[in-house]
Write a protein of this length. Structure first.
Length: 375
């Protein structure tokens, strides 16, 4: 997120481990070491209760961090101590401040064990009580979009970039001046108290680029559910100078036909010259019936990460968007990112002997992001 220079955003890295916070890769982010009395800066030891107590101890500092925020993204890798324990507290403080609060979190990989998965599920349940909407990303499903020989650090780079695209896709709707503009009130109307959400990103090109991008965004292999029962949808369509009203119409019709008849659909359209003849669509679907076990993540296998982009991942490079354009009444953004504790990390076991296997699960570094409107 920091590497792509998203404009108008304040980033915060939060941790109970002072040493890990100092080594954080989130260079340029503001930092907040929470629970210095509870943990003495030594981390949560994989215990969510310690993470919760640390956040409670630093509640005043967290409140100061999110003060004046209109839109706050809380992203965290669940299953460990700091993320599982502190993220719900940070989200609660953000909501109490009046911010529209969106959680984007992950569950651990299956190989990390039942205890870590149980802690993640319990933490996500608590988080849902303190966010307007939450997106749960399945890390094991990353295996569906990356080659088998992708190095581990590059695989996590893909995961980070997927999260970045999700946050940027939503913020672009509000920040960037476009052909069709959407204001913050529109976005809030769809996402406020919306529960679980699904998000998809698709990219297409050529004569059917708009339809291809829309279809890819709502049928990602990372989605454990469909958007069929969504009662609220926000989507953003971006393209080069050649983006036409016909393109927007075709994409919108495909998405409209995929959700409830009376769904509240908000969309934006903007020109991004860096896309050339490609069209990119980000879809966020909310308002699913209570009780539905919805897990959502981003990016289409077909169009989100092409072989060429995966080659870039192998070489250590991910394509970055241009810096967000500045708008006359541009909201300012504040973002907090939670680093993962060193002692929360569970190294993967040696690979098992070949045998029939199944894979589902998830995991990603912890961090918090929020968006703050300039007044």
């Amino acid at each position: 997120m920091l590497d792509t220079r998203v404009g108008g955003v304040d980033f915060w890295a939060i941790n109970t481990d002072a040493q890990a916070l100092g080594r954080s890769k989130a260079k340029g982010a503001k930092v907040l070491n929470i629970g210095s009395s509870v943990t003495r800066g030594l981390g949560a030891g994989g215990n969510p209760e310690v993470g919760r107590m640390a956040a409670e101890e630093s509640r005043t500092d967290i409140a100061a961090m999110v003060a004046g925020t209109d839109l706050c993204f809380v992203t965290s890798g669940m299953g460990g101590g700091t993320g599982s324990g502190a993220a719900p507290v940070v989200a609660e403080v953000a909501m109490d401040s009046g911010a529209l609060t969106i959680g984007i979190v992950t569950k651990p990989f299956r190989f990390e064990g039942k205890r870590r998965m149980r802690q993640a599920v319990e933490a996500i349940t608590r988080l849902k009580e303190h966010v307007d909407t939450v997106i749960v990303v399945s890390n094991d499903r990353l295996l569906d979009i990356i080659p088998d020989d992708t190095p581990m650090n590059r695989a996590f780079a893909v995961a980070d970039d997927i999260l970045r695209q999700g946050v940027v896709g939503i913020s672009d709707i509000i920040i960037k001046p476009g052909i069709i503009n959407v204001d913050f009130a529109d976005v809030r109307s769809v996402m406020s108290d919306a529960g679980t959400a699904l998000m998809g990103i698709g990219i297409g090109s050529g004569k059917t680029g708009a339809e291809d991008a829309a279809a890819a965004a709502i049928s990602s292999p990372l989605l454990d559910s469909t958007i069929d029962n969504a009662s609220g949808v926000v989507f953003n369509i971006s393209g080069g100078e050649g983006l036409s009203l016909t393109d927007v119409n075709r994409a919108a019709r495909l998405i409209y036909d995929s959700v409830e008849q009376d769904a509240n659909v908000i969309f934006g359209a903007l020109i991004d010259e860096s896309l050339g003849d490609s069209i990119s669509i980000t879809v966020l679907a909310t308002g699913f019936a209570p009780g539905n076990d919805v897990v959502g993540a981003f990016v289409s296998e077909k169009t989100g990460y092409t072989p060429s982009k995966l080659n870039d991942v192998r070489e250590g490079g991910l394509t970055s968007n241009k810096e967000v354009s500045k708008r006359r009444t541009k909201p300012s953004y504040s973002s907090s990112m939670m680093d993962q504790d060193e002692d929360d990390y569970v190294p993967p076991p040696p690979p098992p002997p070949p045998s029939p296997s199944s894979g589902d699960g998830d995991k990603i570094p912890d961090f918090l992001r929020g968006l703050k409107k300039r007044r």
